[in-house]
Design a protein around this ligand. Structure first.
Ligand code: ASP
Length: 290
């Protein structure tokens, strides 16, 4: 049975930092993702499950590991897209939920809107049974570990893309955004077409300096290059990262095409990522380029 799945833990990896815990976690999680797909789970449910696990781990700048904005508040962005039907869900600047990607999935399933932010997003999360963080000061952990102002502007994100055994593609991305960001700042992660995209050709999840990924419509541009110029997956992905660099930011992305090819390029120092498919054994990388 053909399948493919890839995940990332952000392109903000810094040389000299020990990512052993993240590599072990990604190695375990990518095998779990493979088993979910082989058990018949849809791509959209598989990427939501994988991203929710990364959010809960506290090992990445998403969910529990998120860092606060300038007011000391953690605001979360997430999105998810089902390529088979172009259904999508997203949340922007959402406080105090355990799993923003699960709220995004509820929006996708509900289907009446694609993106919610502000009080309405909080209300929707509560109404649809999202797990709420009652004690944010003791739940979010990243800023306690790093603490200092020298983290300003540092960032990280998690994401996953998958091709299920029925041939459907999906992508999901979730982040706490940039440390010390402006309150209310929303990056590329929850924007369908910038941080996340999935259609019948390709699924994409991006990470990096969000403003540059928004200005280059990065995730959708991978699909557009494949559809209009017939560019192969890897060529399309690398060309898009060149565009984001021209727009003033570095980063990386993971993408899978309808034939199960996987690419995970980055132009930052490193990107925590892992992948496996019916054609390829498990790979787990941080600084090594493919
Ligand atoms: N793209 C995310 C943002 O700008 C950050 C990241 O991927 O590291 O919010």
């Amino acid at each position: 049975m053909e399948f493919a799945i890839a995940l990332h833990g952000g392109a903000g990896a810094q040389p000299g930092t020990d990512y052993t815990a993240q590599k072990q976690h990604m190695g375990r999680l990518i095998v779990e993702g493979k088993e979910l797909l082989l058990s018949g789970m849809s791509a959209v449910d598989a990427v939501a499950t994988v991203v929710a696990d990364m959010e809960a781990s506290g090992l990445y700048v998403a969910g529990k590991g998120s860092m606060p904005n300038r007011d000391g508040v953690v605001e979360l962005d997430a999105s998810i897209m089902d390529g088979s039907q172009r259904r999508a869900g997203a949340v922007g600047a959402l406080p105090n939920v355990v799993s923003p990607v699960k709220v995004a999935l509820s929006i996708l399933v509900d289907g009446r809107q694609v993106m919610l932010a502000g009080d309405g997003a909080v209300r929707f999360a509560k109404q649809t049974g999202a797990e709420i963080v009652d004690d944010p000061d003791n739940y979010y952990c990243e800023h306690e570990r790093h603490g200092a102002r020298d983290m300003v502007g540092s960032h990280g994100t998690v994401g996953a893309v998958a091709l299920d055994t029925l041939g459907n593609l999906a992508g999901a991305t979730s982040t706490g955004g940039l440390f010390h960001k402006e309150p209310g700042r929303i990056g590329d992660t929850p924007l369908i077409g910038a941080g996340t995209w999935a259609d019948d050709l390709v699924a994409v999840s991006c990470t990096g300096v969000g403003e540059a990924f928004i200005r280059s419509a990065a995730a959708h541009d991978v699909a557009a290059r494949m559809r209009y110029s017939k560019a192969p997956l890897d060529e399309a992905a690398r060309a898009v990262l060149e565009e984001t660099r021209k727009c003033g930011g570095d980063g990386g992305l993971i993408a899978i095409d309808k034939d199960g090819h996987i690419t995970m390029p980055f132009n930052s120092h490193g990107m925590k990522c892992a992948a496996v498919s019916s054609e390829m054994d498990v790979v787990v990388r941080v600084f090594e380029k493919a």
